[in-house]
Write a protein that binds this ligand. Sequence first.
Ligand SMILES: Cc1cc2nc3c(=O)[nH]c(=O)nc-3n(C[C@H](O)[C@H](O)[C@H](O)COP(=O)(O)O)c2cc1C
Length: 340
Amino acid sequence: MPDVDMTTRLGALELPSPVLTASGCAAAGRELDQFFDITEIGAVVTKSIMLNPRSGRPTPRMAETPSGMLNSIGLQGPGIEAFLDNDLEWLRARGARTVVSIAGGSVDEYTRLASKLRHVSEVAAIEVNISCPNVEDRGQVFACRAGSAADVVSAVRRNTNPGVPVLAKLSPDVTDIVEIAQAVVDAGADGLSLINTLLGMVIDTDTLRPALAGVTGGLSGPAIRPVAVRCVYQVHAALPDVPILGMGGIRTGLDALEFVLAGASAVSVGTVTFHDPSAPLRVARELAVALAERGFGSLEEAVGFAHRAPDPEPASGGPVSAHGAPDEDADDTVAAGAEG
Ligand SMILES: Cc1cc2nc3c(=O)[nH]c(=O)nc-3n(C[C@H](O)[C@H](O)[C@H](O)COP(=O)(O)O)c2cc1C
C-alpha cells in the first residue's frame, strides 16, 4: 500500500479507511466477509432496517439497464428486533464498524427506530434513508421536500445518542438538492449521504409492459455517477464544513477519487459488489494508489480539491499533482485534461 494517510471523519466518527459498503447492496456484511475481511473497510452500512418485518415489493424487481440496474426491492427485511438479535450481534462479534441505515413510512416510525438503537453501543453512525414515501403525506417521498426531510432528521437526532453521528441520505430526484441538504443540516444532521438511486423504469418490448412488477424502480450503477458527482460538488460548495459520504456508480479507485475531489470525505460502494464482491477493499487500495500518484499525502488533503480556484496562468495542459504543478511522473491516460 502507498504511504497515504487514509483516515477520515464523518462528524464524530473516525474511520481508518474512507470506503464503506452502500446500504442494500451487502445486506449486513456477512455475505461479503467470505470474500474479504470486512473489518478492513471503513464500515459496513446495513440494508435499511424498518420497524416491522417486510417482504418487499412483488417480483420481478430487478432489471438491467445500460451501465446500471433498476431495482424495486422495496425495503425487504426482518424488522428491527430480529436485526438487533442476529445481524447487529454478528457484526459486533466480528468487530466490524457498523453504520445502521433506518427507514420508515412516518416520523413516528423513524423516532421509534432511533430510540431502539439509542442504547446499542455497536452503532457507529445512523444513516437515515429518507427516500421512502411518507404514508401520512399522500405518499410523497420524505427526501423530496425540505420540511418532511427535516422533520425526520430532527426526530432521529433527538432520539440518538449525542456522540453518534446522524447522516441523512438524500435523493437526487429534486430540483435543488442544496435546499434539502441545508434543511436537514439545520435539523441536526451531522453529515450527508449522497446519493440514493434515481427513479426510473424499463418497458419490456416483448411483453409490452413495464419490466418491473412495481412499475418504477431505483436506477443505480455507473449510469448515475455523473449525477452523483454533481450532487456532491454542489452540496460541498454550499456547505463545505458538512461531511459527505458519496456514492453512485463507483467501480474503481479513480471513480472514488472523483467523489473525493468533489467534496466527499468517504464513499460507499454498491452495485459493483454484485459482480465483484471484494470491490470495497479493491476500491480502497486503488484510491490510495491514485492519491499517491497525484502527490497527496493524505485523503483529507484531496477532499474538495476540485473546488480550488483556477490557476492564474494557463497550465501547460499536462497532468497536475496535488501541489498544482504539472506532474512529470503522472499517468497522462488518467490525469490528462485535469487542468489547462
Ligand atoms: C439492490 C439495491 C438495494 C438498495 N437498498 C437500499 C436501502 O435499503 N437503503 C438505502 O438507503 N439505499 C439502498 N440502495 C441504494 C444504494 O445504497 C446506493 O445509494 C445507490 O445504489 C447508488 O450507489 P451504487 O450505484 O454504487 O449502487 C439500494 C441499491 C440497490 C442496487
